[in-house]
Each structure stands twice: as C-alpha cells, then as structure tokens.
Design a protein around this ligand. Structure first.
Ligand code: NAP
Length: 642
C-alpha cells in the first residue's frame, strides 16, 4: 500500500505549481525535494535556513534565496509529476538526521531522533498503535469506561476500538471535543500550530488557518470521531458522578446521570479518566455578583443568545481566554472594560491569525513528506528548549526581574515586542508590562491584536482590584464604578481540583480527594496506588507549560495505558496499581524538579498552576523526550499485580 505521506499523484499544471510554491515554507519544501529527487546534495550547498524561532517557518532566509529554491523546486516537482509521482525511495537514518539538523539549524541530539521519527511516521505507519497479540475473547470480556470525549478521550476510544476492547465513553457535553466544544467564545483559537496540534496518525490537510479557531478544531475531532466510528460508543449529555472499586469482583462501579436527571449504574474492569484539567469554570465570589441586573457568563459557557453589539461590557479576567476575547468583541461593543489583575507576558507570532494559503493544502496532499517535515518544524522549537528558559538560576540577581540569563533575555525580547507596539502610550505601557519574570505564568502568543484592542477609544484596561459588583457595573477598590450591561467572566478554571466534582473511591473505600488533598499526583501522571485499574490521561503533573502539545502527551499516555490493559487482559492478574514507594518517589522527584522552574517561584502571586499553598502539582517539569522514554512501555515491576 502506498505510504499516505508520500503524496497523492497529481496532474497540476506548471503554472499552478509555481503559484502554489508562493505559499510554502521554503525550508520544508527543500526537504520534500530531497525525497522527490533522491538528491541529498540539495541540502549540502549554500542554500539553507539561517535560524529558527517558534512559528517562524521560513528559516529567516532572504527573499533571493527563497526564490532560488522555488525555481529549483518548480523543475524538481514538474519532473516528479511527469514521472508519475513514484513513491520515493526510503532515506537512510543518517540522512534523516542530517535533514532534521539542516531544517532546524542545529544538531538534533541522538536521543531525540527515535522520538521524532516516531512522531513523524515517515514510513506511513501509525507508530503508537499497539498490536494486541493475546486472546481476542479475553479482550472482548474486558469492558473499559472512559470519562470524557475531548482529544484524549476520543484517542482512548480509537485505541480501544482498534484493540477490540469493549468500551463506553461518558461525555457531559452534547458533542465531541472537550475544551474545543466548550470554549466557543469569540476569538477562541489554539496556540500550538495546527499541523502539529492534531493526532500524529490523523494529520489534516484542510486547516484553513495556522492556528485554527474553535469551530474548525471541534469539526476536526468530530470528523475523526466519525472516521473511526466512535460515536456509537459515546453517551453524550451524561455525567459521571462517581466511580468505586470493588476489590472482590475486581470491578469498577460507575454512577452516571443524564441531562434529564436519570441515574444509571455501569460496570467496567478499568476506568480511563480523560477529563482534562481545564473544564470546570472558576468564577470568583465577588460581593454583589448575584445582584447584577444584566446577563453574565463564563468564557467557557458563552451565551450566544446575548448580543454584545452596542453594549457596555465588563470582562473580568484576562489570561489566555480574555486575551483572545477582547480583540474580537471590541469593535462591536459600545465600551469594554477589561479587569486584569496580573499583566501577561506575550511574544510575537506573526502567523497567529494567518490563513493557510491554497498552495499549502496542495503541498500537504501532493509533495512527499511536506506535511511531516512541517510538523517537525513546528514541534522542534517547542521541544524542551522552553524548559531551559524557565529554569531558575538561584544565583541570578533580582529574581523578581528574571530567573536566569536566558530568562532575562526572554524578558527583554518580550518587553521589546510589547513596547514596540505602543511606543507613544506610556500610561498603557506601564499597565501592560508584567512585574514578574517571563514564563512564570503561561506566556501568550500575540500578533498585536491585544494591544491594538486596548488602544481603542472604547476599551479601557483596569488594573485596580475589584471591590464588588453593583446592579449596573463593576466597582473597584478605589470606589470607581465601571458601568456594564453585561459581564463576561474570563476567570479560568478549577485547574488544581483534578477530577472534581467526581467521587472516586478506591480499595477499602479510600477517597481520591482525601488521598490527594491539595497535592494531586499519579505515577507518570497516570496511575495511583489503591486505585486499581484506574488511569488518568492529562492527569496530575502532565500539563505542559514549556512547549510540546497535549496531543503528543495523550498519545504517549494512551500507548502506556493500552499496554497496562494488555497485562490485565493476559489473564493472570485482575488488577494493577503502582507501587506506593515508586509513586511517592515519583511525586517527590517531580516536586523537586518543578521547584527549579519558573512556575513554582514566589515571584508571581496568582497563577492557576498553583494550589492554595503556592505549590505546583498539575504541570510537567520534564522534557518531552524523557516523558516519551518513560511511558513507552510499562515496567511490570512498577506495579502491584493481584
Ligand atoms: P487563566 O489563565 O487562569 O486566567 C484567568 C484570569 O482571571 C486571569 O487574568 C486571572 O488573574 C483572573 N482572575 C482569576 N481569579 C480572579 C479574581 N479572584 N480576581 C480577579 N481576577 C481573577 O484562565 P484562561 O484565560 O481561561 O486560560 C486558562 C488556560 O486555558 C490557559 O492557560 C491555557 O492553558 C488554556 N487556554 C488556551 C488558549 C489557547 O490555546 N490559545 C486559549 C484559552 C485558554 P491572575 O492572572 O491575576 O490570576
């Protein structure tokens, strides 16, 4: 069978090929040319990218060099077309390594290459799919319940179906997509490039923007759901209330409730929690909020029946969500007051709102491995280097300014980006430059839309604290009232209350919330002692603040979980849970590591990463390559198997 990434044969005219080339990432194109022509010398000459930065896909090449490559590409592509688009001959591992390093302008260390090749799947295989070898009947008798049908729950469903394991997915919403179902606020879009932010085995060649908006993302997950025929396994508008382990029967008993209020009891041999960390809105209790006369709603519960046109709007909170909402609604409202407690660091991403040109979609379909190399090009700058920018050098002076020399450089770069946009507005500048080190909170990607919105005559950024909410506005601690017809709460989620409000009860009646207290943990982010056959995806210690993509993490996790299920299905053991000593050691090690990083420092007061004690338990402090290595295969000795 033809490798899907080798391209679909085409009869595109010479003129159309030349036009398509205008839209492409030139360094990525060059590597596709190597596949088409089999000529490695193409990347050994003068023409090469000059540097790399996150989302910079042209390698800082000069216009002349780019045009030279386009001219070369025209001839190679026409020849490839005229030869009938033969499947390219496989490329040696050595040359692949050379191509990787060429594209990203640095030596890609050996230890990363197996992970990257797996992610790129150049051989067309679905590299993270597990081929179950055991008894099919045993699998058929091992029902699994998945909680949630966002990206990770859908992935779990796909893998369970492939394995022949019966499963049901319980989803509280009316559709698939999780975060991308719920966050339908104006302007919602992803901030990991979409040609990477999609399943490795299900790349899309139809993204209309480099950072797609919510409807397109939701549609992607819906399309995948249909393609893999997962829908019949999903119970929408149904919520899991509780799950309790019965040790005698080695079975989970799960209580669910439909939207209409009907309760039901289900049983499963294993439970996979795929509820994510950002799906329970958090609305602070401001005095008087209940007396507000107009509509008010949370960003993740957007009321599309409320028309903002010509209204006075107050938006409380401006993290990642508010940052996208304000620029989108500002042109329509009469007045927008943005209440931001803490200023946010942001860095430039010129492609943030850019449309994907038709040439890109053509190249993704027809030019061998263009999409795979493009995926790598977006992935690599977010692959572990962000961890170093967040690393704290305790000897670095003035930790309120920066954590290290590299962190200071990031601060300078971000400051320059902000300042360059509003050089003549010192008043606004003073409000928007954060007073804590770069990367200590989630850094936002920006194309200038935020400060452009704040500079509008009908928008005001308020940095004074909120005292209370009146019937017709928001009153700050200095006694000033900001009139409002509508209040939008862009105030984030109960991120540290993992799995809340479900009641999960393990062996001997132990309650998960009591066990965790303020410190949720799971061995490798997935398994918990006394909670047999219970697996978390996007669990404690696995959120990514330093790069990568949660889909990458989910694929690592699901491969690991599937192999744990394989151990159970083999039949000798009815339950699996991690050893307490390893779990404790993992948690302590993770905590030690996270304390060396920006997010856990006291320099920033408010952050959804932190629990009430200021500790960070939801983020991963680990390099992607380490997490990939550790989760590739479960070690049976890590578990208590009964
Ligand atoms: P968030 O980052 O937690 O921001 C919440 C905002 O509400 C902050 O400005 C926060 O101020 C403010 N706030 C919270 N409690 C407050 C209080 N009691 N008084 C005053 N202000 C208060 O939430 P989010 O913006 O919804 O984003 C959450 C996460 O979702 C992001 O970090 C990201 O992981 C994800 N997300 C991603 C995208 C994307 O991909 N582009 C978009 C949206 C969301 P402080 O900063 O002072 O706490």
């Amino acid at each position: 069978m033809r490798n899907p990434h080798a391209g679909i044969p085409f009869d595109t005219s010479d003129r159309e090929i030349v036009a398509a080339l205008q839209d492409l990432s030139i360094p990525t194109l060059m590597l596709s040319l190597v596949h088409m022509s089999g000529d490695a010398e193409l990347i050994r000459g003068r023409l090469k990218p000059a540097g790399l930065f996150l989302n910079e896909v042209q390698g800082f090449m000069s216009e002349e060099d780019k045009q030279e490559i386009r001219d070369l590409a025209r001839d190679v592509i026409i020849d490839y077309r005229d030869r009938g688009c033969p499947e390219p001959t496989p490329i040696s591992a050595e040359l692949l390594g050379e191509m990787m390093s060429w594209l990203v302008c640095e030596d890609v260390p050996e230890e990363y290459i197996p992970m990257l090749l797996e992610e790129m799947e150049l051989d067309g295989s679905d590299a993270r799919r597990i081929e179950f070898t055991g008894d099919a009947e045993a699998r058929a008798n091992f029902p699994v319940l998945v909680i949630g049908c966002g990206e990770s729950g859908l992935l779990a469903g796909i893998r369970l179906k492939e394995a022949g394991i019966p499963f049901v997915i319980i989803e509280k919403n009316a559709g698939v997509g999780g975060t991308w179902w719920e966050n339908s606020y104006p302007g919602a879009r992803v901030d990991v490039g979409n040609h990477f932010y999609c399943y490795s085995f299900e790349p899309s060649d139809t993204w209309s923007e480099y950072f797609a908006q919510q409807p397109e993302l939701q549609a992607y997950f819906e399309t995948v759901m249909h393609k893999y025929e997962i829908e019949p396994h999903i119970r929408f508008e149904t919520e899991v209330l509780s799950a309790a382990w019965d040790d005698d029967q080695s079975l989970w008993t799960i209580q669910i409730r439909t939207l209409e209020g009907a309760s039901e009891t289900l049983h499963a041999r294993a439970v996979i929690s795929a509820v994510g960390q950002l799906n329970r809105p958090s609305i602070p209790e401001f005095p008087g909020a209940d007396d507000f006369a107009g509509p008010s709603f949370h960003s993740a519960r957007w009321d599309h029946d409320v028309d903002l046109t010509g209204k006075q709007v107050a938006m409380i909170g401006a993290g990642a969500s508010g940052f996208q909402i304000a620029p989108t609604i500002a042109p329509d409202v009469a007045h927008l007051s943005v209440f931001q407690r803490t200023a946010q660091w942001m860095f430039p991403n010129p492609n943030y709102h850019e449309a994907v040109g038709p040439g890109v979609q053509w190249a993704l379909r027809h030019l061998p491995f263009y999409g795979r190399w493009y995926r790598f090009l977006i992935l690599w700058p977010g692959c572990d280097v962000g961890l170093e920018a967040a690393r704290v050098d305790p000897a670095y002076p003035d930790q309120q300014r920066a954590f290290s020399e590299m962190n200071d450089l990031a601060r300078q770069m971000f400051t320059e980006w902000i300042t360059s946009q509003i050089p003549d507005d010192p008043e606004l500048l003073a409000k928007v430059i954060p007073d804590y080190p770069a990367t200590a909170k989630r850094t936002l990607q920006d194309n200038g839309a935020w400060l452009k919105a704040l500079s509008r005559d009908n928008v005001e950024l308020v940095r004074t604290g909120i005292d209370h909410i009146a019937a017709d506005g928001v009153v700050t601690t200095d006694g000033k009232q900001y009139d409002a017809d509508i209040i939008i709460y862009a105030t984030g989620f109960r991120a540290t209350d993992l799995l809340w409000p479900m009641e999960i009860t393990g062996r001997n009646g132990v309650d998960l919330r009591s066990r965790w207290g303020e410190r949720p943990a799971a061995y490798l982010g997935m398994t918990i002692p006394e909670f047999p056959n219970f697996f978390c995806m996007y669990g404690p210690g696995t959120n990514l603040a330093h790069g990568g993509s949660l889909i990458f993490h989910s694929e690592c996790q699901m491969r690991y979980i599937e192999q744990c299920l394989e151990i159970l299905i083999a039949g000798e053991h009815a339950s699996l849970e991690p050893r307490e000593d390893l779990y404790q050691e993992w948690h302590e090690r993770t905590q030690r590591e996270i304390k060396t990083l920006a997010w856990a420092q006291p320099s920033v007061e408010h952050s959804f990463y932190k629990n009430a004690e200021g500790e960070v338990h939801i983020l991963s402090p680990w390099r992607l390559v380490d997490y990939w290595t550790w989760t590739k295969e479960p070690n049976r000795d890590d578990f208590i198997l009964r």
